[in-house]
Design a protein. Sequence first.
Lengths: 414, 414
Amino acid sequence: MNLLDIKSPADIKGMSIDELGKLCGDIRHALLEKLSRHGGHIGPNLGMVEMSVAMHYVFDLPTDKIVYDVSHQSYVHKMLTGRMEAFVNPDEYNKVTGFTNPKESPTDIFTIGHTSTGVSLAGGLVKARNLIGGKENIIAVVGDGSLSGGEAFEGLDYAATLNGNFIIVVNDNDMSIAENHGGLYRNLKELRDTDGESPCNFFKAMGLDYRYVAYGNDIRTLVEAFGSVKDIDHPIVLHIATQKGKGYAPAEADKERFHFGGPFDLASGAPMSINKAPDYGTLTAEYLLNMMKNDSTVVAITAGTPGVIGFTPERRLQAGEQFVDVGIAEQEAVALASGIAKGGGKPFFGVVSSFLQRAYDQLSQDMSINGTSAVIGIFYGTILGMNDVTHLGWFDIALVSNIPGIVYLAPTCM
Amino acid sequence: MNLLDIKSPADIKGMSIDELGKLCGDIRHALLEKLSRHGGHIGPNLGMVEMSVAMHYVFDLPTDKIVYDVSHQSYVHKMLTGRMEAFVNPDEYNKVTGFTNPKESPTDIFTIGHTSTGVSLAGGLVKARNLIGGKENIIAVVGDGSLSGGEAFEGLDYAATLNGNFIIVVNDNDMSIAENHGGLYRNLKELRDTDGESPCNFFKAMGLDYRYVAYGNDIRTLVEAFGSVKDIDHPIVLHIATQKGKGYAPAEADKERFHFGGPFDLASGAPMSINKAPDYGTLTAEYLLNMMKNDSTVVAITAGTPGVIGFTPERRLQAGEQFVDVGIAEQEAVALASGIAKGGGKPFFGVVSSFLQRAYDQLSQDMSINGTSAVIGIFYGTILGMNDVTHLGWFDIALVSNIPGIVYLAPTCM
């Protein structure tokens, strides 16, 4: 079957497992063709090929609903829901955004760009369905770093109290944007290492039913796994181990670089263009590393985006204990900075403009009210920001300017 | 010993366990005297008497540091650290704020009013201490609802990666402001029911060492428990079961009403004044209940403060499935409202002005960008707000006004 013949999920419903397997191969090939020329979220989507195909094979969209979080892992979903052209026809590459978008398809329920919100949003769909008396499956697909944000925890905590069908798929690729951090990820590893059998289980401790799926890039396994929870009558976590960058050796080898990037040479994986001019991130990291040499209390903090502030794996090693990645958890980053300052340290928190708003209350309560001295470096602000509606760099000055005691400095020329 | 003779924690260091027990009785008596005349956080502090005394007996402040979250449970700490007059001398009642405050005492590390931030802030102290090479104990006291906010989860997740001493005390009184909700609280109950032995353990799943203390209102037990973790060389959770309202029958019986309140008759527990005029909360709840009768898709949501929006226990029963308390988790409340709206329901989220800022990113991403219709009712806004710096009702309009697509309506007269 030609990929372009797939106009909707109905077109894959009659396939055999072997045909689905071949389809996954074709999709992965097309994905690599597009991403190598166009850029985008590479590793996350390569890891999601089989899972996306299996979900569309088992569930019936748009009646059943899938909420992707973070939705940068929805490319294959888009390919299967009427948007194949945008992935196989170079002239159409720009016809889709990088996140789910209800304006593109009724199978996209929400636009989700910031992470950790999917379980909460899907929980709302479940609640509404229950009140209306519907019976459809509601699936939240989380992972690729989206478990570290506090809202994910709040969402799971509430999910355990919901009645009726709710399938929470945890795409566990053992990565955030960079490597994972935090105690939770040790438990995910323990669960992977014990085939889900460890009695110490974060999801069960949150009050949720749980199943583990070890081979998240095997189409037969996934079709069976989703089939076994379809129409289930209570909330359940399906913890699925996948490989980020699956099927493309350079992306399997360097998961951080291939999380998101511009065009690359398909044969070697080398980026098509390397900007050799020093950028804001590199300058920042070098400046901080220099300070750290003379002052052991300087701490650089990132919330899951070390690359943005120039902290390459090498520089992270160099900084040692003076570099902290709290995971995608901006509230923690700001509060931690305040605590470090109060304890006599000199914190620097570098953050993408759009993500600063995830820590409004911490800027107000933990920092402003407590008068702690921290430097917050804003990256990708204003019109130099990222280009999706979910990642605009326009709000930082407005939101910070109302909080007493915070001085916002911005360059007036470049 | 007269309570006024206690000028600093040093004054209780030489006491026997029996003397400490008598001290706890005297403190509880004084607390009740003040709170019955002055109002304040009643139940939380009655439950914390023995724990506060034991901590000051075992640890050495201000070298060792205690971070209270939420710090409305710090009254006894204040009594033991140079501020006894403000609790036993009616003329001095207003000399202390209701939260920890570094301006009052060097033993108050942060001002914490919004909840769930303590582990994160204390984690910053730990990080700074490690870099500086200090050896002091750092203790975070969380609980009384402060585990349900996402930042608490982010804080625990990072805490598990810290080196050196870090004692996280979970004051588990089985309550938030109202009753607890969410899957996590089932695990806390399981841990209480199994004397901490259940293999399914939220804190261990977060990568943390763990001990359970069943008798959190017994001074001998607590002195031993804190003694056993003093100077411990790694992060540990001390899960301590206490009774909210301990020692005062009306507060033990009606934990929600005695969480926070104005003056009351000490003999009966009856409030000194009852405002019979219908308030904003009552009007809101009655209006919503009326709507619910005719429309099964109307949902009233609170983030742990049902009383604020007029949903008394009776009205909660009346609303049934159409009332949701997500716990103190405003991010969840806004995202859930967005999901309910997307699923065809009609959500109302009622929130104290000061707490709306805990959901800035959700207002922006989950609601504004997704164009979902929800009504958010703001309570205690502007100069009618609460009177502590941590709970000012001045910021809601400023922060909301920069988010596209949200209409803010405010009365121009009363």
